[in-house]
Design a binder for this molecule. Sequence first.
Ligand code: ATP
Length: 361
Amino acid sequence: MSTIEATSLTKTFGSFTAVRDVDMSVGEGEVVCLLGPSGCGKTTTLRMIAGLESVTEGEVKIGGRVMNRLPPEKRDIAMVFQFYALYPSVSIGGNIEMPLYHLGLSAEERGREVARVAEILQLGEVLERLPGQLSEGEKQRAAVARAIVRDPNCFLFDEPLSRLDVEQRHSMRGQIKEVLSGLSKATVIVTHDQMEALTMANRIAIMRDGMIEQIGTPHEVFSQPRNVFVAGFIGSPKMNLLDGRLSTIKDGKATIELGADNVVFPVPAAAEALVGSHLTIGIRPRALEPVDSPSERSLTGQVELIEPMGAETLVHVRDEDERDLRVVLPRERKVAPGEVLHLACDLTQTHIFDDSGLAVR
Ligand code: ATP
C-alpha cells in the first residue's frame, strides 16, 4: 500500500519550532506539493517523513506502518534532491543501475530494469555517457530514473527542478507529472514555485511558519482560499487585497466601503454578523474589467504603470486612496499612462475576509 500519513507532526530545534502540528495524508497515486515561502518548514517536514530528521512529536506512517524510529533505508522510499548526486565517473546507465545491486537481481534483470526506466525518462540515447556529458535536464531525468528503478513504495522530491532553466523546468514539470501518474505511488514534492505545484500536484499544502494554512486541490486553493495569506500567495499576478468596512447589508447584498468607492457585493449569510467591522476584499487581477461609466460594483483609478506580459498586459492602477490595483487586460485592450479607468469587479471572483483574515463564506 503506497500511502503517507503525517499526524500532528512537530519539529523543534532548541526553542525554535520549525514544524508545528502538521496533519497530512497522501493516498495511493496521489501527488501532494508542500508549497510556501522560504523557511516555512517544507524541507523539515519532508526530511521527517524520509527519516533524515527525527520527529519531536507526532507520527509518520508509510504504507500504514509507523516509521518514527526506522532509519531512511528501512522506509522503502526514494528521494530526489535539488542537488542530485550522480557519480561522476560512472556512466548514466551505471548510475541508474546502482540501487538494484542490493536486490539480488541478475545482470540481465538489472539491464532490463535500467532499459525500462530509461525508456520512461527518454534516456536511452545517453546511457553510455558520463554525467559530465549531459545537460542539466538530462541529469535531472537520470536522478529521477535512479529513484524509480527499484520500485519503492513512495517518492519524496525536494525542489527537484530548481537547478533547471525556465524552459527545462517547464518541460520537466510535465514529464515528471506523466511519469508519476503511471506509477501509482504516494508522492510528496517540496517546492516554493507555485506554477510547479499547480501543474504537478493533485493537492497542494500551503505552509507558513511551520503550519499548514490550507490543503486542497489546485482549483480549491486558488478559487476558495481559506484566508488572506493563501489568497495572496496563490495566483499570479497576486490578488488585490483591499481594506474595507462592511457598512450595511440589504437584500443579501453588502455595501462595502473601500475608501473612496462603495462597492455592493452579494454576501453569504455569515457576513450578517460583520456589519460595522473591518474586512479585506480580495479581487483577482483578471476579475477587474474596464467599463465606460462607474457603477455600484466598480472601482476608479488612474493608470500608473503598464507591463506587457505577452498575450496579456498587467496594468497598475492607482485609486483615489493611493492603493495600487493590479489589473490584467487582454493585449488588444490598449490603455495609456494617466488614463482614468472605471474597473467593474466580477463578483463571482471576489473574496471577503474577516478582520482576523479568515474567508467569510
Ligand atoms: P526553503 O524554501 O528556504 O528551503 P523551507 O520551507 O524548506 O525553506 P526548512 O528548511 O524546513 O524551510 O526550515 C524551516 C526553519 O527551520 C527555518 O527557519 C530554518 O532556519 C530552521 N531549521 C532548519 N534546519 C535547522 C537545524 N538543523 N537547526 C536549526 N534550525 C533549523
